[in-house]
Design a protein around this ligand. Structure first.
Ligand code: GTP
Ligand code: MG
Length: 214
């Protein structure tokens, strides 16, 4: 039995944003409830897995932590493919990381799936006295793109689980909506098909006989 058989769903999520905004720490807080004040910049891409339960469904999250440093851009862009959701992270104490949000979202749209769901995350909310980006600015930016928004602190563990839940719930809802749409389409296709059979039956006097004589 393949390990994948144990999951109802596998979701790939990516974390992107400028170097040093806290992507790796957001992930380690979410994955192992760990935080480090001294972390090395991520090299290329790092992976993590987490299994969660949602409404009796078991979901395997494939978490892709990408490097914010420019020099890894060519590698990281290739890894957006197939991702269902993305954390686009900035540092509320570094305006430049917020100004780069448009660039990150642009890259996601170019290299990722068209229907990827995004949450904008303003990290380091514990550093209120150093704040350079107001909550209002963050909210407005998210509204501009029609995406979710949340301020987090990986250091305090604040809103980390909440932010993941917002994104995952949105993705699940979208998958379920797509399934229902497909079911509706199948139903109406079947109706059309069965209508065709009815017509044939009415028109063919020998049809009953034919059906009996196998
Ligand atoms: P790259 O891998 O280079 O793209 O950086 P990154 O986005 O993964 O940043 P990383 O998680 O390595 O964090 C960079 C620095 O910010 C580290 O010194 C962390 O300790 C610190 N940091 C991360 N999150 C927070 C937070 O919520 N609050 C505070 N005060 N510091 C944080
Ligand atoms: Mg990192």
């Amino acid at each position: 039995m393949n390990n994948n058989d144990n999951y109802d769903l596998i979701l790939k999520l990516v974390l992107i944003g400028d170097s040093g905004v806290g992507k790796t720490n957001i992930l380690s807080r979410y994955n192992n409830n760990e935080f480090s004040l001294v972390t090395q910049p991520t090299v290329g891409v790092e992976f993590g897995n987490k299994i969660i339960k949602k409404e009796n469904k078991s979901i395997k999250l494939q978490l892709w932590d990408t490097a914010g440093q420019e020099r890894y851009k060519a590698i990281t862009n290739a890894f957006y493919k197939g991702s269902k959701g993305a954390f686009v992270v900035y540092d509320i104490t570094r305006k430049s990381s917020f100004l780069n949000i448009d660039k990150w979202i642009g890259e996601l749209k170019t290299n990722g799936s068209e229907d990827i769901l995004i949450i904008l995350v303003g990290n380091k909310s514990d550093l209120e006295d150093k704040r350079e980006v107001s909550t209002d600015e963050g909210e407005k930016k998210a509204k501009q793109y029609g995406i979710a928004f949340c301020e987090t602190s990986a250091l305090q563990g604040k809103n980390i689980e909440y932010a993941f839940n917002i994104l995952i719930d949105e993705i699940i809802l979208e998958i379920e909506n797509a399934k229902q749409k497909e079911m509706k389409n199948n139903k109406s296709n079947n109706k059309k098909k069965s209508k065709g059979i009815m017509l044939n039956t009415n028109n063919d006097k020998n049809n009953k006989k034919k059906k009996c004589c196998k």
